[in-house]
Ligand binder design. Sequence first.
Ligand code: UDP
Length: 252
Amino acid sequence: DGKLLIIVTPTYNRASQSYYLNRLAQTLRLVPSPLLWIVVEMNAASVETVEILMGTGVMYRHLVCKKNSTNIKDRGVHQRNTALEHIERHRLDGIVYFADDDNIYSLELFEKLRAIRRFGVWPVAMLSQNKNKAILEGPVCNGSQVIGWHTNEKSKRLRRFHVDMSGFAFNSTILWDPRRWHRPNSDAIRQLDTVKEGFQETTFIEQIVEDESQMEGLPNDCSRIMNWHLHLEASNVVYPKGWQASRNLDAA
Ligand code: UDP
């Protein structure tokens, strides 16, 4: 059906940004409309990002998050919150999905997002910290019913829901219509928190669903991997002397 997909992507300038954003844009371009890509930067809109977005052929909005943050661990939190505020203020009615620029997404995923009624969740494939072992994070399902979680927990304080940022999506109307959805907490959504690393997803999800019974596991039996979160980022890329590339390893 013609449900709007609202894809939220925090991004920032670095060597691989052009590669990542172009790759994601090309995937989004293959998704049937309507789809709105909300791309959010910190402090100011950069020339680099504008140039990439202009050539994508995807319907997008380029937002800027003005919140002062020097905490390196915030990694996109405030940018996602800026997008949530925008969605709520403009009453954008659709399925919201947080898609980081560096992940890998199948087309099947976007097809499945349109079937979500309230809150959809699925397992995401990742590499473990030392990058030699593939692990899953997300639900274990019986049909579409969530019956357990894949956990890779080392910390003592357990998370309520073991979900990756790229492993869930939800109906945007939950943000401004708590009664219709019997949201656990009818106050304003506190949005993504800067709580302890690793707890952002669960604290947010706890605000929009009561428990597993309000979740839809995707696809059937949660038996297939629809996206990958691999952490292959190269940090501190050194440019050869004399290269014209400024911050992005861009073509031309
Ligand atoms: N990000 C950002 N600013 C930052 C760090 C990250 O906008 O200072 C974005 C990044 O482009 C990506 C998302 O936030 O879309 C998650 O970043 P990353 O993949 O580095 O975090 P991880 O997945 O490793 O927690």
